[in-house]
Design a protein around this ligand. Structure first.
Ligand code: PGA
Length: 254
């Protein structure tokens, strides 16, 4: 049985230390010791330490929203995997569609980041997913396969087993539209088929695949109840303690 993983991607929000601390505390007070589901916070870099001190001693994990694939050097403005580790991160989101779109991140660059995360003992949460135009053109599977092949190139089955994929249809992110549970399930099952082909069936059945895109307390149950959906990557609804708690409590895992 795969354990659900529910991660809050705070993006460029809740950045002030007081806001980040209050948000983390509101959730940790209720679910800091919850073991039935892995809970992860991905705050902005500048709030990592503050959030880390709130969740110390709880079962909640910490993640970065990005990394630069170098440990150190002359890369002004970038974030090293070592800095994330130093702040207490266990996870790192890689290849989010906002980074693919606004920062022109390619599969090759994303693959470098995934490898760098592993080299530094961080668990990558690799985001994949199609745009609305791609979906309308019937290209969902081709895009998802391309993101998987590109992002996972050169990894070992052991590495892939321990990582997380987040399937996030771009048209569902921040829009209030979600894939239907059946549509999401069918893409997740397709991802497992591709991973089984690239690695093996055990790897495909072991690794966790989150769904992301307008997940809320009131759609969490149906989405997370699908056999191949192993949790959620949550943006907007992770910014209020109550709504994130609602997702955890409706996940079916407690
Ligand atoms: P959303 O964002 O929940 O606001 O749609 C999800 C994400 O971008 O990870």
């Amino acid at each position: 049985m795969r354990k659900l993983i529910i991660a809050g991607n705070w993006k460029l929000n809740a950045g002030a230390e007081a806001a980040a601390t209050a948000l983390a505390k509101g959730i940790a007070d209720k679910h800091g010791q919850t073991d039935a589901v892995d809970i992860v916070f991905c705050p902005p870099f500048t709030s990592l330490r503050a959030v880390q001190s709130v969740i110390k001693g709880t079962k909640i994990g910490l993640g970065g929203q990005n990394l630069y694939p170098k440990a150190d050097g002359a890369y002004t403005g970038e974030i090293s995997p070592l800095f994330l580790l130093d702040c207490g991160c266990k996870y790192v989101i890689i290849g989010h569609s906002e980074r693919r779109t606004y920062f022109k991140e390619t599969n090759e660059f994303i693959n470098e980041k995934v490898k760098c995360a592993f080299a530094n003992n961080l668990i990558p949460i690799l985001c994949i997913g199609e745009t609305e135009q791609e979906r309308e053109a019937g290209k969902t599977e081709a895009v998802v396969e391309d993101h998987l092949r590109g992002g996972l190139a050169g990894l070992t089955a052991e590495q892939v087993k321990g990582m997380v994929i987040a399937y996030e249809p771009v048209w569902a992110i921040g829009t209030g539209k979600t894939a239907t549970p059946d549509d999401a399930q069918s893409v997740h099952a397709f991802c497992r088929k591709i991973i089984s082909g690239l690695f093996d069936e055990t790897t495909a059945q072991t690794m966790r695949i989150q769904y992301g895109g307008s997940v809320k307390a009131d759609n969490a149950k149906e989405l997370l109840g699908q056999p191949d959906i192993d949790g959620a990557l949550v943006g907007g609804a992770s910014l209020k303690a109550d709504s994130f708690i609602g997702i955890i409590e409706n996940s079916g895992a407690l």
